[in-house]
Design a protein around this ligand. Structure first.
Ligand code: VG1
Ligand code: CO
Length: 541
């Protein structure tokens, strides 16, 4: 018996990055099965196809992998390549899809959301280029999910995913592979590993916080084994189903243990953290925090120092709310800078078409055309390669960058778990006023432009509307407001604040202080605190 009757569930609409729900929602009978069958149907079935499967090790991931294998077998897939223990970081899954020529893959993760029976779970489908499914595909998945009446699942025993090797599973082949090796080999081609080994030999100290999530085994292999960093350089290196109670979101709030080390006495030279599925990164130097938007700009300005990028960049792309720091670098380099909606899926076409080499988002995500996902450890290695080549500290590299390009002070204020109606009303009220805003002076700042961001993909012409409100002020400052598409509780409003200072003075202020006039203007314009009744944002990054 492989065909099972089912009824659609409400809300199986993929968000910014796959379908994310409370774990117990996913654990309901038929819930995961429905979403997986809808995905298979939406891509024209999986008969004869090869899929990649793995995730970040969070609670329910191993069980979900068994369900998906049985469904792939019943849907006549030819082969599924699974990471040992159902483990694969998101960038490693992207690489596996690409290097094995697979037709697609399923990633089991809710990324930076916490894990456990009472926390979050997620499933994301990636296409043959290794990148997240574009909106045409996720729309098709949703359309199929609301009409589903049955799914196919083979009545076969669970597979031992702990053992590397290949077995038959019904008519399908299942190949369990080392999740780390292929990825580490790819990374080794992009960066100057000899220069990095010399750096560590000379006593350079790093602290990499894997936050009990998926990058642990990758970071130990790359930094401690291949590069010779001191044992113990990687902390929280064992992936745990509940991330050991940590919230694997690499920002100063959630990676506070690492922050304390890097801001303390005798701090190591370099620190970094990654998220649940390993695609995000936070970069720190001794006593300094690198804003992700600045990080993207620094990587763009220095990419040529790394072997994989020494021919220069074809172009760069950033998500709309990401600061405009990288735009200034692109201008100097004479390359295009694309502005896309939030979410890595919007970079795929530009990367495939060879129009951009480097991409980034303000949410601690950077990556390149080596895979089709953002990549936390890649960013760490690129920073280390630049440090090795320039012979400068993180603080010196940042100071040089600002002196050359000016500084885009930047911060994101998140108002989490708001009533959905309230969040929608705040955004739509603002949209109603946009046409009247240009020319108005708020808190001494003149509004030069105000619109709701809509993106037309330059490669396939597809249009994605309602991607957030942007209000631009005279002098290169702005505020952006949009709704999160990754949360699992209520609605989260994100307020992005940016102020440009050309220098030479005023380049070394505290960002929240430097942004005070922009914050005051946003209070006057949007009034988030007044309208939500909150005393301030829940998370400031
Ligand atoms: C957030 C970030 C976005 C990122 C997405 C997935 O989305 O803002 O930049 O691409 O998470 O990241 P949203 O819709 O909540 O703002 V990950 O590492 O959670 O896959
Ligand atoms: Co992630």
């Amino acid at each position: 018996m492989t065909r099972h009757a089912t009824k659609p569930f409400a809300g199986q609409k993929p968000g910014t990055s796959g379908l994310r729900k409370k774990t117990r929602v996913f654990m309901q009978p038929d819930y995961l099965e429905n979403f997986v069958q809808a995905t298979f149907d939406a891509i024209g079935g999986v008969r004869g196809k090869t899929l990649v499967l793995g995730g970040d090790g969070r609670f329910y991931g191993a069980e979900a992998a068994q369900v998906i294998l049985k469904m792939a077998a019943a849907n006549h897939a030819a082969r599924v390549i699974v990471g040992q223990g159902a483990w694969l970081s998101t960038p490693a899954a992207s690489n596996l899809i690409r290097s094995r020529g697979a037709d697609g893959g399923l990633i089991l993760s809710a990324s930076h959301n916490p894990g456990g029976p009472d926390e979050d779970f997620g499933v994301k489908y990636n296409i043959a280029n290794g990148g997240p499914a574009p909106e045409t595909v996720t729309d098709a998945i949703f359309a199929r999910a609301v009409a589903l009446t049955s799914y196919a699942k083979a009545d076969l025993p669970d597979i031992d995913l702990g053992r590397i090797g290949e077995i038959s599973f019904g008519d399908m082949r299942v190949e369990v592979v080392d999740p780390v090796a292929l990825y580490a080999d790819l990374i080794e081609e992009l960066f100057d590993f000899n220069a990095l080994r010399d750096l560590f030999k000379a006593g350079f100290r790093v602290r990499i916080d894997s936050m009990n999530a998926i990058t642990g085994p990758y970071a130990v292999e790359i930094f401690e084994r291949r590069l010779g960093a001191a044992a113990g350089s990687v902390m929280h290196e064992t992936p745990l189903p509940d991330f050991g109670g940590m919230h694997p979101d690499p920002n100063p709030t959630w990676a506070h243990e690492l922050m304390a080390i890097m801001m303390g006495d005798d701090a190591p030279d370099f620190g970094a953290a990654s998220d649940g599925d390993g695609d995000r990164n936070m970069i720190l130097g001794a006593g300094v925090y690198v804003s992700p938007s600045d990080g993207l700009a620094v990587l763009a300005a220095n990419a040529h120092l790394c072997p994989g990028y020494n021919a220069g960049l074809k172009g760069v792309a950033r998500s709309m709310p990401t600061s405009m720091a990288v735009d200034r670098v692109a201008q100097t380099l004479g390359i295009a800078c694309h502005e896309t909606p939030t979410g890595w899926k919007f970079f795929g076409n530009l990367l495939d078409a060879g129009q951009v080499t480097l991409c980034g988002e303000e949410s601690f995500g950077t990556g390149s055309d080596h895979v089709r996902e953002k990549d936390g450890l890649w960013a760490v290695l690129m920073w280390l390669n630049i440090i090795a080549r320039r012979g400068q500290s993180v603080a010196q590299i940042l100071a040089d960058h600002w002196a050359r390009f000016g500084r885009n002070y930047y911060s994101r204020h998140d108002y989490e778990a708001l009533p959905v109606d309230q969040a929608n009303a705040i955004l739509s009220d603002l949209c109603d006023r946009l046409a009247d805003l240009p020319g108005q002076v708020v808190n001494g700042l003149t509004i030069t432009a105000a619109d709701e961001f809509s993106y037309t993909d330059p490669v396939d012409g597809s249009v994605s509307g309602h991607q957030g409100v942007r209000i631009q002020f005279d002098g290169g400052s702005r505020i952006v407001l949009r709704l999160s598409g990754t949360g699992t509780e209520g609605a989260t409003l994100r307020l992005y604040l940016e102020r440009y200072v050309a220098g030479p003075g005023g380049l070394h202020e505290n960002p929240q202080t430097a942004l005070a006039p922009i914050i005051a203007a946003s209070d006057a314009l949007v009034g988030l605190r007044a309208r939500t009744g909150r005393s301030g944002p829940d998370v400031v990054t």
